[in-house]
Design a protein around this ligand. Structure first.
Ligand code: ADP
Length: 329
């Protein structure tokens, strides 16, 4: 179990992490999510031992890591540039950590074969790095990180340089592999889809502090603050007062804001939302329609029904109760 208590990290006057507390259980995958500069990499670097904290503690199974240098923590790191050795074969790259641990040749060969099979690169051991595609390189880097069976695996935007469709595929594979080996993992990304696909818990950081932490479902269904709601891409963000003035439904226990999920609307002659269509954009499997209320408040609506409303058209919409989310300041 990784335990972080009262952690503060600073670069000169810039305080990058501000008194952060966090516990990560064995086998758990935690994604650090947040906008650029919020402190994700710094937090990862402190856990790895690459950056000293100004104050606070990081412990693994009760042992304070302060005096343990990077290579003695038994943690694995995987960065976006992979840092593979270009002139070594795939097998020799994967063997790197095991060689450092001075394992025997037979032990190393067996383990290399095992992890290459795990990442779907059976039979690739003799290839050189230059012969591989982006996705294969990522798998070699993963195999190299997991070969020494680290207590904790850390990832810093490992899929950042790959195109969207490859990322989507690899993130699912990575999730399965991490679960199969039961790895405790900390994964940095600024991409919420990646975080949500991978994480048991998502930690949303804002200016070096935890804004919200929870399962992907919890964050998605209950963004607690406007920052979280905005970061997750909820657009239909209305003050509760404004919603009540417009006669729109609000939750039983309202916060001071309400979010209406764009996919919760339906066409309904008795609906509470009396709006005019402003614009529509084709989005593959749906239309995103912007509608506007009498007072100028705009809403985004996912439309899968036919006919799709035209600009200027007046509509009455209803809202699924489960798609109404209270948000507090
Ligand atoms: P993220 O990974 O979320 O983009 P970082 O952890 O890299 O954020 O950065 C957090 C804050 O610390 C930012 O304000 C950044 O400018 C600052 N910072 C990061 N690394 C350094 C450094 N080596 N020297 C000075 N400031 C840094």
């Amino acid at each position: 179990m990784l335990e972080i208590k009262g952690l503060t990290v600073a670069y000169g006057d810039i305080v990058a992490i501000k008194g952060l507390d966090l516990t990560i259980e064995r086998g758990e995958i935690v994604c650090l999510l947040g906008p650029s500069g919020c402190g994700k990499s710094t937090l990862l670097r402190v856990i790895a031992g690459l950056e000293p904290p100004r104050s606070g503690t990081v412990t693994w199974d009760g042992q304070d890591l302060a005096s343990l240098p990077v290579h003695r923590r038994g943690f694995g790191l995987m960065f976006q540039d992979y840092a593979l050795f270009p002139h070594r074969t795939v097998a020799r790259n994967v063997a790197f950590g095991l060689e450092m641990m001075k394992q025997s040749k037979t032990q190393i060969a067996e383990r290399v074969e095992e992890v290459l099979a795990l990442v779907g690169l059976d039979g690739y051991g003799d290839r050189t790095i230059g012969q591989l595609s982006g996705g294969q390189l990522q798998r070699v880097a993963l195999a190299r990180s997991i070969a020494p069976s680290p207590h904790l695996l850390m990832f810093d935007e490992p899929l950042g340089s790959l195109d969207r469709s490859l990322r989507d595929r690899l993130v699912v594979e990575l999730h399965d592999i991490l679960n199969e080996i039961g790895a405790t993992s900390v994964y940095v990304t600024h991409d919420q889809e990646e975080a949500f696909a991978l994480a048991d818990r998502v930690l949303l950081l804002r200016d070096g502090e935890i804004e919200q932490i929870g399962s992907p479902e919890e964050l998605w269904s209950r963004p607690r603050t406007p920052f979280t709601a905005h970061f997750l891409g909820f657009r239909n963000f209305v003050t509760t007062d404004n919603a009540l003035r417009l006669g729109w439904p609000v939750p039983d226990i309202p916060g001071n804001h309400v979010v209406y999920r764009p996919d919760g609307f339906s066409l309904d002659d008795d609906g509470a939302f009396e709006v005019t269509t402003k614009s529509r954009t084709y989005r593959g499997d749906h239309f995103l329609v912007v509608v506007v209320a009498a007072d100028g408040t705009e809403l985004e609506v996912v439309v899968r029904w036919q006919p799709v409303p035209q600009a200027g058209e007046q509509l009455r919409l209803a809202m699924e109760p489960s798609a109404i989310v209270p948000v507090d300041e």
